[in-house]
Each structure stands twice: as structure tokens, then as C-alpha cells.
Design a protein around this ligand. Structure first.
Ligand SMILES: Cc1cc2nc3c(=O)[nH]c(=O)nc-3n(C[C@H](O)[C@H](O)[C@H](O)COP(=O)(O)O)c2cc1C
Length: 246
């Protein structure tokens, strides 16, 4: 299958106009030229303003600015503080907001700040289609906003997951993480053993602080439709009713 045919098939399967590469760690600038030559768009995720500027200058098509509250690898800056600074630093590259967005209110806030859209992880994990273990989905449903932790235990880089006893085990060990990605291999093997031994207290998937808002497993389509409908309602009706310009 030629590159072009593969590209077209991927687009058909994913229902998108262009295939995309998204780099969650590091600057994908070195691959932009080749990606563009093959009709592929390049996204990058940043957790701070310095990297927003650096990534935008390297020619990417779209930047995801993810705040500290997000699930998975995450930085130190909160979403609310990061977005306006990342938008300014990345201009004219458009920015998607990530980290703590779980419903139409988060969408409306991100659009109001100047983002072109949102990039959502945790909320879509707790859907029928979400690829997490059922026990991890349930842990998110049972969580409050305080029930996630950022830990080096999983990959050696700061990563947010649902709180579980693996975090305590790691903190109590006094160990330094091994260089990425060696720590991933070790922790994955350990987690697989916990799962096999049914030690679910020691298992929690990647998840963000928005976990506390999520109360049920829904179809992904419903999550998306509700988010868009509520966001539109907020921006076109509720907000204009409360803001008066003289
Ligand atoms: C279970 C899970 C797995 C993730 N895996 C990746 C990944 O492999 N690469 C990546 O760039 N980001 C990954 N992320 C981060 C998401 O792309 C996204 O930026 C983040 O979930 C947004 O914050 P939110 O969880 O508050 O919605 C993951 C997030 C979760 C919850």
C-alpha cells in the first residue's frame, strides 16, 4: 500500500480530513517538514509557555496547552494561567486547551480565552468506548477532585493518575526513577502483576483532577454532544444575559 493510499484509508477510518501526529513529550519540530510533505498535520502538547513558543516556532500546525490538572504526563502550570500565556507565545499557531475540561463550561471557558477548541482525555476515558480497565473507570467515578496524584513512579516523568497504593509504595521506597523509558518498562511489569494478582488497591489509571465531575460511563458521542450543546448555550445565551456593555 503506497503512502498516499494509507493516508486516505487512515483518514476514512478516523473520519478526519487530514491524518495527524501528536507529540505528547518533546518538540516534534524535526519531523514537521516530512509530515507536511506527506499531507500530515503536526500537533504538540506543552505544559509551559517557553515550550509553547519553541514548538510554535518550529512550524507545528496546532498546539495543545495542557495545565497541571490534566491526566497523564503533566507540567506545573495550571490551565487557567497557562492558556493566555501559551496563546500569546504561540501566535499565530492556534491553541487547544487541555487539562480539567469535562463539560460545556470548560469548553466555553477555553473558547472565551481564545482557544480554537479543547483536547479532552479523562472525560472520554470514562465512556463506553474508552480503552481503560473497567476498574479504572469506576475509580474515576468514585473519585473527588482530590483523588489524583502526580508521581514519577510510572515513567520517571511527572504523571497524574488516580490515587492508589502504588503511589505510597513508591514514595516510601526512597528510590530515584530510572531514565525514561526504562522506568516505564519496570512499572508496567509491576502494574501487570498487581492486576494479575487482583491487587486492585495498587492499580489506578492515568486520570486528571476533573475526575470528581464524572459520575457515569456514557457513550463518547453523548459526552461530545452534551459538551458542545452546553458550551454553545453558555456562550450564546447565559453569558450574554449576564454581561452588559454600555
Ligand atoms: C489515560 C490517559 C492516557 C494518556 N495518554 C497520553 C499519551 O499517550 N500521549 C499524550 O500525549 N497524552 C496522553 N494523555 C494526556 C491527554 O492527551 C490529554 O492532554 C489530557 O488527558 C488532558 O487533560 P484531562 O485528562 O484533564 O482531560 C493521556 C491522558 C489520559 C487520561
Amino acid at each position: 500500500m503506497g503512502r498516499r493510499t494509507l493516508r486516505t484509508k487512515l483518514c476514512d477510518i478516523l473520519g478526519i480530513e487530514y491524518p495527524i501526529i501528536c507529540a505528547g513529550l518533546g518538540n516534534p519540530g524535526f519531523m514537521v517538514q516530512e509530515a507536511h510533505a506527506n499531507g500530515v498535520k503536526v500537533l504538540a502538547i506543552t505544559g509551559n509557555t517557553k515550550n509553547a513558543r519553541r514548538m510554535a516556532q518550529s512550524g507545528i500546525d496546532l498546539l495543545v496547552a495542557q495545565g497541571h490538572e490534566g491526566g497523564g504526563h503533566t507540567g506545573r502550570i495550571g490551565t487557567m494561567a497557562l492558556l493566555p500565556q501559551a496563546i500569546d507565545a504561540a501566535y499565530p499557531v492556534p491553541v487547544l486547551a487541555a487539562g480539567g475540561i469535562g463539560d460545556g463550561r470548560g469548553l466555553a471557558a477555553a473558547l472565551a480565552m481564545g482557544c480554537v477548541g479543547v483536547w479532552v482525555g479523562t472525560r472520554f476515558l470514562v465512556t463506553k468506548e474508552g480503552g481503560a480497565l473497567l476498574s479504572n473507570k469506576q475509580r474515576i467515578i468514585d473519585s473527588t477532585d482530590e483523588d489524583t496524584r502526580v508521581s514519577l513512579a510510572y515513567t520517571g516523568k511527572t504523571l497524574r493518575a488516580s490515587y492508589n497504593k502504588f503511589h505510597d509504595l513508591w514514595d516510601g521506597s526512597g528510590l530515584e526513577p530510572l531514565p525514561f523509558p526504562t522506568q516505564v518498562l519496570i512499572s508496567s511489569a509491576l502494574l501487570a502483576s498487581f492486576i494479575e494478582a487482583n491487587k486492585t488497591d495498587y492499580v489506578g489509571g492515568l486520570a486528571g483532577q476533573i475526575s470528581g465531575l464524572i459520575k457515569e460511563i456514557k457513550p463518547a458521542r453523548q459526552v461530545l454532544e452534551e459538551m458542545v450543546e452546553d458550551g454553545v448555550e453558555m456562550l450564546t445565551r447565559k453569558l450574554p444575559e449576564t454581561v452588559m456593555a454600555k
